[in-house]
Design a binder for this molecule. Sequence first.
Ligand SMILES: Nc1nc2c(ncn2[C@@H]2O[C@H](COP(=O)(O)OP(=O)(O)OP(=O)(O)O)[C@@H](O)[C@H]2O)c(=O)[nH]1
Ligand SMILES: [Mg+2]
Length: 298
Amino acid sequence: MNSDGYRAGAIAVVGRPNVGKSSLVNHVVGQKVSIVSDKPQTTRKRILGIATTPRWQIVFADTPGLHEARHKLGAALNEAAKQTLDECDVVLVMVDVSKRPGKEDRALAEMLALAGSKRPLVLGMNKMDLLKPVDVEAHYEAYLALFPTERSMMTSLTQGHNVDLLVSLLVDALPEGPPLYPEEDVTDQPMRELASELVREKALRLTRQEVPHALATTTEAWEEEDGLTRISVVLLVETEGQKAILIGKKGAMLKRIGTEARLEIEEMTGGRVFLELFVKVRPDWRQNPRWLRELGMV
Ligand SMILES: Nc1nc2c(ncn2[C@@H]2O[C@H](COP(=O)(O)OP(=O)(O)OP(=O)(O)O)[C@@H](O)[C@H]2O)c(=O)[nH]1
Ligand SMILES: [Mg+2]
């Protein structure tokens, strides 16, 4: 490909949990590479989402939401986000413009200022559909004061408002150069990882309170035979109570998680899938370095 005028580079997507970072990445990539839920800390590690057009390639590095860490897992999530900042061409700070800036936003602003980053900064003020007219000016100004930049855009990912304009700002901030990845690549995650993430997404969406935070998933087996893919995914929780919630009455909850995940995995693989789920209890896995390593989170 002739790289004249072509733009390509890595964009770190950072911000506090639940503002829509992964939703943006999926929207621009055009398929789900990073799971999305209404529970904070849905994203557990850096995930690449690659979008390629004839004029540009964006390599998004989606990151876990920055927050006050209360355990080793939380610290690892923050660390993953910070490391990504060091390795990118452009920083995209995402905020929830319907709310006033919180302490996590201020901590991120400080971190960026301390790092003295010379990289272009783009500010995505998402969830404008939830922004009350009376708050527009105050919130807009408060976020711009924290993240001073000439490249900012209010967006609504759920309603599709201004997303193309935000993408134009991002592309303008990219360096000129040839694409970094083959155009058919959309993520750095292997299929077996996407499968366990889709199971986690369904479980996050269907459960509440302590279960989402205590849950990890991992694919233990993946075999293809006669057009059928057999996949086993383990759901790891910390207590017997959480296990009981995930299994549900007569297994109803686990069945629902399995069916919803299987349908999406079939879409991804383009073939028939037999998905088996197992729930295991591992007390305190979030504090255990060995488990964090085994789950690929450190
Ligand atoms: N109302 C509204 N909801 C949105 C918008 N964008 C995303 N959401 C919702 O916000 C929730 C969080 O979205 P995610 O994309 O998972 O957020 P995130 O920033 O990646 O969150 P973490 O991975 O936990 O850091 C989901 O329920 C989305 O559907 C938006 O523009 N408006
Ligand atoms: Mg996310």
